[in-house]
Ligand binder design. Sequence first.
Ligand code: ADP
Length: 165
Amino acid sequence: MSVAVYPGSFDPVTLGHLDIIERSAKIMDKVIVGVLKNNSKTPLFSVEERVNMLKNITKDMPNVEVSSFDGLLVDFVQQQKADVIVRGLRAITDFEYELQMSQTNRVIASQIDTIFLTTNLKYSYLSSTIVKEIARYHGNINEFLHPYVAEKVREKVEEEERNAR
Ligand code: ADP
């Protein structure tokens, strides 16, 4: 059985991420979306909120699970009895970092391989950071996010604004 982990910050999950989840779930028997806890950047959403959003929008995908993790990715992959890491590649700018990560992970755990799915062209420009910027300026984020996630982002931005007053 082929089990993959798709790790990331998902702060918030975008349609670009969702596309990678759907496509990897077609290739693999099981996909575990791993939400990273110890983020060096201050996230907009707590890890529990990010996990809940992902669970909500993948609830109709029977072979997709969502779980949070901290520490080394390869340790999480081994705990989950997975053997593949899935990452998405948007542009050449992603490549250098992703190559470095995958080579390092292979040195630490040689039985785990990384596969890369190239982004759907529709979403190649899309990042969680850009979506957050637009939301903070009250721009329209419906094109980039699942409706459930878009609503949560709007609520969160309003909460931030209230707290800043
Ligand atoms: P990280 O902080 O680990 O980069 P992200 O949540 O930003 O986490 O991204 C997780 C994974 O999803 C990465 O492999 C990233 O390249 C990929 N990804 C992000 N946005 C897109 C997109 N629009 N299309 C395809 N893959 C994407």
